[in-house]
Design a protein around this ligand. Structure first.
Ligand SMILES: [Mn+2]
Length: 278
């Protein structure tokens, strides 16, 4: 397949405590909304693979001619408290089992998995934090090796310092991906987090070339692109320079309302894609 950029939008069946998710409600409704707006794909935010059958999602995908770009796994940490760095072995094993279960589902849907909050919080104590980094490495390797024969990519997301206390920057995530050393372990970058953490969004994109098939493409205030102060023209040119191929996804606050934000984002993505694919 030649290089192509696809659009995606985040959807969840129920609003959570922390939810920069524009489409909320039964998938039968949100898939129809996404298709009507012209999105190519849905990013699924679900609490556990148990919560919705692949067969039901597949039927909706064919009905609306949509793809699943990725499954976001953050709700496992937010709701179940399991993570790759939990000091209790059984909680780490539960995180691995849940991510592997999500990988099976992602394989059936042709999707990637996003690893964000599942890394958990690192201890202030440096000795504990060092052990946690080792656990994180072992967990990510085990999950990558499980996902690889299924054709599933695991995408680690750098998240800003106010939400998570490690892997905040592209440099930290790239260095970790190098240590993991598995071709299906790559990065997802989120321009909202990048605006807080990166010295330069465009040069960090350059450094991640070849390792980033996916962006959460939202403005500095986590609204749709064009409604904060991030320069998306410059970002589109940076993506063109790295021959980007993959997804631009709207994981953003529903401002001023869900459908308006969704419409604003896809209009911005179309302008970006015109530059990226020119
Ligand atoms: Mn994100």
């Amino acid at each position: 397949m030649s290089a192509r950029t696809f659009t995606s939008i985040a959807a969840t069946p129920e609003a959570g405590p922390f939810a920069p998710i524009p489409l909320v409600g039964p998938f039968s409704e949100t898939f129809a909304q996404a298709a009507e707006l012209g999105y190519d794909a849905i990013e699924l935010h679900i609490r556990s693979p148990k919560h919705l059958g692949v067969a039901a999602i597949d039927r909706l995908l064919s009905r609306h001619d949509l793809l699943v770009s990725a499954i976001a796994t953050g709700q496992l940490y937010l709701h179940e408290g399991i993570s790759f760095t939990n000091p209790h072995l059984e909680m780490r094993r539960a995180a691995i089992a849940a991510i592997n279960e999500f990988s099976r589902m992602a394989a059936d849907l042709g999707a990637s998995l996003i690893l964000g909050y599942i890394r958990g919080k690192f201890g202030d104590d440096s000795e504990l934090a060092a052990r946690q980094r080792q656990w994180m490495l072992e967990c990510c390797r085990e999950c990558s090796d499980f996902a690889a024969p299924l054709g599933v990519k695991l995408l680690l997301e750098p998240i800003n310092r106010y939400e998570m206390n490690d892997f905040n920057t592209v440099a930290a995530a790239l260095s970790f991906a190098g240590a993991i050393d598995r071709p299906n372990f790559q990065l997802i970058l989120d321009t909202f987090h990048m605006n807080i953490e990166e010295p330069s969004i465009t040069s960090s994109i350059g450094k991640a070339a070849g390792c980033v098939p996916y962006f959460h493409m939202v403005d500095s205030n986590r609204w749709a692109p064009g409604f904060g102060h991030t320069d998306f023209r410059e970002i589109a040119h940076a993506l063109r320079a790295i021959e980007f191929s993959g997804f631009l996804a709207a994981e953003m606050l529903p401002h001023p309302d869900h459908l308006t934000a969704a419409r604003q984002a896809i209009e911005a993505y179309r302008e970006m894609i015109a530059i990226i694919e020119a």
